[in-house]
Design a protein around this ligand. Sequence first.
Ligand SMILES: [Zn+2]
Length: 240
Amino acid sequence: MKFYKVDEDTSLSVTGQLDAVNKWCLPGVEPCPVCRLGGGAPWLAYPCVDLSGLPPEVLRKLKDPWPVPFEEFARLRELVRPLAPPWALLEPGTQFGPCTGKGSGRFGALFMQDSSALFLRREVLDRLRAEGVMGLQACPIDVRFRGANPPELLQLQLELHGLLHSTGRAPLRSAPCAACGRRSEAWPEHLILDAASLPLDVDVFRHREGWATLIVTERFVDAVRRLGLDGVAFLELEVR
Ligand SMILES: [Zn+2]
């Protein structure tokens, strides 16, 4: 099985734009006093997770990505955890719920925003499933579109799979920080995936270590080509 990185197809006359974010998020964290790592990453997103049942004062805090002390982040994370899938990584900046905001322009069958979120039209989801594409989970976005015939877009909720192959790691990889457990690591320019870490029954997923990297299988790419779907481009990745 071959694996591909997905990116938006900039060669097309697709002008669609979403000015939207997922409804809730975990805040970032203040810098660690030892290693100075802090902040949050906006790439992990679970659009099918509904946090609306949490108390209003908690939901208010889950609207603000501004960094908070680690203890406060950890407290909020434990309130969210029972509502998230058991496999979900819940890191500072993780987003939840429907993508909410405004949209405009013309959208393809598939649509990527910032290369880290993948959207598709509802009928495309059904057609990909009918073609045998596995592991597709998607939820409606909550976006107001200008103009007639607004697209019915869904955002894919992506599992995390795949590790870097040991020969493809960037040279700078620090030991985990004694205080917070994080480590800084440069992301390699040339990605090499570790074959044993790749799933057999999920055809689109987020890289477990590089959360801004979305990966699809050959089965996904073949189905997209058979159906003539537009909006994204594929780059084959090296697997060892
Ligand atoms: Zn630290």
